[in-house]
Design a protein around this ligand. Structure first.
Ligand code: SAM
Length: 315
């Protein structure tokens, strides 16, 4: 089986993004599934409608890898997979009003109170999915937890953009997911909720200016060592500058960890010696969104002042 995962798994920081729509089918309909797990539901929809385009967003790298291999095996050219938190990806990687349909099947209900922040009914997800849908676009959520269904209905309706159009117990569904099968086998009830977008709601992106960090700074001497171990940022947008690695040719790599509203990124900055200073750029192997925290980390490097042996500061 092929391992050409790059044909299926897309990252919004790739230069080809969002060109993946172009060669794929006719895109008469754009559909997204959030938390696709083993991918069987998404792939069944995609096989059924070759003229539509399907995007799957999933946190788990194992799920993404397995589903991508199934896409390759079945020769589907109308599916792309994105790895990451859907609340972030829907807001930052797709224009508002992109999708006709969104599905999320059996998202983790996180029943314990202390885990509530991980539920899709919390945080940005309700607003992000509402924004990513077209007017009259449809969101469908299935769950085995009635309290979660109720909480989700309230949270999505609270955006003011979406209205509940169906709240059904034990629906008959043509395609069943792995978790659906598991809960049905245990005799649990299943709840299906459907929403329609009735108000033109847009959640603005925070990564304005594109997803790639092109910024190149010129400094007199490499600050990587000097700023390694420092942190900064504001509110929900924080960064940490980790270890610095120095190569034989004087090039340095600095590890950067950023968190924006719980969305974590890890990437490297490369410090390349030049006759008139040091170029600082995103390492070629790293992919990073220009989130407020990532921008703050770059700004910190731009502002760093290196103290020389004679006590002078080099700007
Ligand atoms: C309980 S499983 C359900 C899988 C599949 N939909 C099914 O019904 O068999 C929930 C899935 O959602 C994914 N997930 C959880 N939170 C997510 C998020 N914020 N963004 C994307 N995927 C998420 C998890 O990695 C997991 O694969």
């Amino acid at each position: 089986m092929s391992w050409a995962l790059h044909r299926v798994v897309c990252h919004p920081a790739d230069s080809a993004w969002p060109g993946f729509w172009a060669p794929k089918a006719a895109c008469e309909r754009k559909v997204v599934e959030i938390g696709f797990g083993n991918g069987d539901f998404l792939l069944a929809l995609a096989q059924d409608d070759p003229k539509a385009c399907f995007v799957g967003i999933e946190l788990s790298i194992t799920s993404v890898t397995k589903a991508a291999r199934k896409v390759l095996q079945r020769g589907l050219d109308n599916v792309v997979l994105v790895m990451g938190d859907a609340a972030f990806m829907l807001k930052e990687a797709f224009s508002p009003g992109t999708f006709d349909e969104a599905y999320t099947n059996f998202p983790c209900p996180w029943p314990k109170k202390r885990h509530a922040k991980y539920r899709l009914s919390h945080g940005n997800f309700p607003a992000a999915v509402s924004s990513a849908l077209k007017m009259q676009g449809v969101l469908e959520m299935t769950t085995d937890s009635e309290p979660f269904a109720e909480e989700f209905a309230q949270a999505v309706s609270a955006t003011g953009a979406m209205t509940v159009d169906l709240f059904e117990k034990n629906p008959r569904r043509a395609v069943r997911t792995k978790y659906e099968g598991k809960w049905l086998a245990q005799g649990r009830d299943i709840y299906r909720l459907r929403f329609v977008k009735v108000d033109d709601f847009v959640l603005p992106s925070e990564s304005e200016g594109g997803f790639r960090m092109h910024r190149i700074l010129s400094v007199k001497t490499s600050p990587a060592k000097a700023i390694s171990g420092t942190s900064g940022g504001e509110g929900a947008h924080r960064y940490f500058l980790g270890e610095a690695f120095i190569g034989d040719d004087g090039t340095e790599l600095l590890q950067v960890i950023t968190v924006d509203d719980g969305f974590e990124q890890r990437f490297y900055l490369r410090f390349v010696p030049k006759p008139d200073g040091v170029l600082v750029k995103l390492d070629e192997c790293s992919q990073a969104f220009r989130t407020p925290a990532a921008k703050a980390a770059l700004a910190a490097i731009a502002e760093v002042k290196i103290q020389c042996a004679d006590g002078r500061f080099i700007p």
